[in-house]
Design a protein around this ligand. Structure first.
Ligand SMILES: Cc1cc2nc3c(=O)[nH]c(=O)nc-3n(C[C@H](O)[C@H](O)[C@H](O)COP(=O)(O)OP(=O)(O)OC[C@H]3O[C@@H](n4cnc5c(N)ncnc54)[C@H](O)[C@@H]3O)c2cc1C
Ligand code: FES
Length: 271
């Protein structure tokens, strides 16, 4: 059940170039949020920007978490791209912030056959929403594909390594890892997956990336979910500002914030 609530900033700082990490003490959301769900955050106390901004929760520490000093906290890893995220960089320790969450439907975690291949494919900040999923799948061997324009856009690799994942990196400019897109990299690795087993693919990234991925995984062998990035007004289903076209004849337009952000990749109609 989403809540509108207050959190307290514990820290907010740059990790590198345009990327920052914000730690918020907010037990009601830290206790509930599931992989793939998101929050809407009021990024400054003044009226500009008026609208909250959507963010994935990178890490959350519920009351049951073994790290006692972190309990109740959630982490947002964000990229400064515009007015709202610029203001967000000025949030200070002990400042109160208003947030709504958990929002949307996260990744479904059906019982995955123990021998099945599992691939996580993230482009840019999209990889952030896949980290909680990887943590929930701890113990499974995951193939993680991380893409970005350049090496400074490659996020979260160290955290995925700690989960014992196999990490492959792609950059558009070739400054790190494979020279090309993350979907091209994934395509070149498909041959290493078991041919007679289902392959579970979880992805998040820009629309062009997800569209390219959808073309590569047409075979029934792939079970694919994608978390969509959309511009959002309200974040909880009221404004219909975030709709996406789907193949469902009953509800051809669905709200990314409400019915998503996670959809079955084959259900999306790309423009
Ligand atoms: C469910 C969800 C989870 C997200 N999680 C994260 C996250 O964990 N970390 C993170 O850094 N960002 C995340 N984003 C994107 C983030 O919400 C936007 O970057 C942010 O709203 C930009 O606000 P702004 O005021 O700084 O930019 P604006 O001034 O509003 O826009 C600046 C530029 O960013 C583009 N932009 C703005 N919002 C989006 C969007 N939603 N998708 C694609 N492009 C956008 C605009 O087209 C414009 O070019 C997420 C978005 C969604 C929908
Ligand atoms: S952002 Fe308002 S309905 Fe989705």
């Amino acid at each position: 059940m989403p809540l509108q609530t207050e959190g307290i900033v514990i820290r907010n700082g740059r990790i590198r170039s345009l990327y920052f990490i914000l730690e918020i003490y907010c037990p009601p959301i830290a206790n509930q949020i599931k992989p793939g769900q998101f929050i809407m955050l009021k990024v400054s106390e003044d009226s500009s920007p008026i609208l909250r901004r959507p963010f994935s929760v990178y890490k959350s520490y519920p009351d049951s978490h073994p790290e006692k000093q972190r309990r109740g906290c959630l982490f947002v890893l964000y990229k400064k791209v515009g007015k709202g995220t610029e203001k967000m960089t000025a949030l200070k320790r002990d400042q109160k912030v208003n947030l709504i969450g958990p929002l949307g439907n996260g990744f479904s975690l059906p019982p995955l056959p123990s021998s099945a291949d599992i691939a996580l494919i993230g482009g840019g900040v999209g990889i952030i929403s896949l980290y909680p999923l990887a943590a929930a799948l701890k113990g499974r061997r995951l193939s993680v594909f991380i893409g970005g324009k350049t090496r400074s856009d490659i996020l979260c690799a160290e955290d995925f390594k700690k989960l014992d994942s196999i990490i492959s990196v792609a950059t558009d400019d070739g400054s790190l890892g494979f020279h090309g897109t993350v979907v091209e990299l994934f395509s070149s690795e498909i041959k290493t997956f078991k041919k007679n087993e289902k392959c579970y693919v979880y992805s998040c990234g820009p629309v062009a990336m997800l569209e390219a991925l959808a073309r590569k995984v047409k075979s029934k062998r792939f079970i694919c979910e994608a978390s969509l990035e959309a511009r959002m007004g309200c974040g909880f289903g009221a404004c219909w500002g975030c709709v996406v076209k789907t193949n469902d004849p009953k509800t051809p337009y669905q709200r990314v914030c409400k019915e998503g952000p996670v959809f079955s990749l084959e259900d999306i109609v790309w423009k």
